[in-house]
Design a protein around this ligand. Structure first.
Ligand SMILES: NC(=O)c1ccc[n+]([C@@H]2O[C@H](COP(=O)([O-])OP(=O)(O)OC[C@H]3O[C@@H](n4cnc5c(N)ncnc54)[C@H](OP(=O)(O)O)[C@@H]3O)[C@@H](O)[C@H]2O)c1
Length: 311
């Protein structure tokens, strides 16, 4: 899997065509890894961009994801993504969230689906068995998870015939998730880092007054000034050197090129890496409130903070 991918979630603000134009430019500039998902609503526009790039299929790495209301329609959903992306097979197909809950695109943070349910191991495993079949059918080379916790991954690792190859998880300097990071690596699961820049363009619903801003962190700013690079580039260098695969989003040519180029320049020093390790604030930005399944719950209930799966 290429060490950096291009994110394609337009955060409910950037149109499908704008993202597709960025995909075309990013592939031209050298990107070979795209992080897609059906819920981003733009796979139909990205497909032609991939097709027209002229790059050999085997030289590209394309990820897509199963949305939460499709947990019992794995084959149909995967086929739809393949058709939209104009591909015969994916490189990676992920279960986007462990919760089977529908919410309309762009809904508010207080929105709750009346038929929302918690994670239930048996149901998740039914979905996973269908994911495994996709590999058997040759529709994807690998399968993986996203937004999982250690207790949920332990159960999956125990019960899966095909283990998840990756776990896509929020990872940036202010949210380093060291325990989960170490757990996945110890279990041969590659961590893919979403929102690697701290998602400065995330939707309003994902903002709270307590959120911190990675690219304004004084340690990161000082390193960026010393090296003459943008703080975003410091975040990406740190991610790759730490051993995670960042998938920064950008539709600005200057930015997506800088995000790829920055790992071809001399690495951060060991002292820089230690200094950034120390700025972790445990600040989760993508809290997932819309996936809660009961009234009077808080977003922490989604993340099994005490090591026990909430039901
Ligand atoms: N699995 C999941 O549940 C999940 C959740 C969230 C995200 N993701 C994936 O992860 C990808 C990335 O996460 P994200 O989009 O939340 O956040 P991100 O990559 O951390 O941040 C993207 C924002 O940073 C800006 N930016 C990018 N490069 C820059 C640079 N060099 N200098 C200054 N600003 C820069 C972009 O604006 P410009 O366009 O103006 O450059 C955009 O607003 C998503 O697109 C999606 O593919 C997955």
């Amino acid at each position: 899997m290429p060490a950096i991918g291009l994110g394609t979630f337009g955060s409910d603000q950037i149109s499908a065509d704008e993202v597709a134009t960025a995909v075309t430019g990013a592939i031209e500039a050298g990107y070979r890894h795209l992080d897609c998902a059906s819920v981003y609503g733009n796979e139909h526009a990205i497909g032609p961009a991939i097709q027209q790039s002229g790059i050999k299929r085997d030289d590209l790495w394309i990820t897509s994801k199963l949305w939460n209301d499709q947990h019992s329609r794995v084959l149909e959903s995967c086929r739809q993504s393949l058709s939209d992306l104009r591909l015969e097979r994916l490189d990676m197909y992920l279960v986007h969230w462990p919760f089977p809950n529908f919410h309309p695109p762009g809904c508010s943070v207080d929105s709750r689906s009346p038929d929302a349910r918690p994670y239930i191991r048996e149901n998740f495993m039914d979905t996973w068995r269908e994911m495994e079949k996709l590999v058997d059918l040759g529709l994807t080379r690998h399968i993986g998870t996203s937004n999982m916790t250690i207790p949920k991954l332990r159960l999956l690792l125990r019960d899966a015939r095909i283990k998840p190859a990756v776990n896509e998880m929020e990872l940036h300097p202010h949210f380093q998730q060291p325990e989960l990071f170490d757990f996945v690596r110890a279990n041969g699961i590659e961590p893919i880092a979403y929102s690697p820049l701290g998602s400065p363009g995330r939707p309003e619903r994902d903002r709270t007054p307590h959120d911190t801003v990675d690219i304004e962190d004084p340690v990161i700013a000082a390193i960026s000034q010393r090296l003459g690079i943008h703080p975003a580039a410091v975040c990406i260098k740190w991610a790759v050197q730490r051993g995670q695969t960042p998938i920064p989003f950008s539709v600005k040519r200057r930015n997506y090129i800088a995000n790829l180029e920055c790992v071809t320049t001399p690495p951060l020093t060991a002292a820089d890496m230690s200094a950034i390790a120390a700025v972790d604030k445990g600040c989760r930005l993508i809290k997932g409130q819309v996936f809660l399944w009961r009234d009077n719950q808080s977003w922490e209930d989604l993340w099994d903070l005490d090591g026990v799966i909430k039901s």
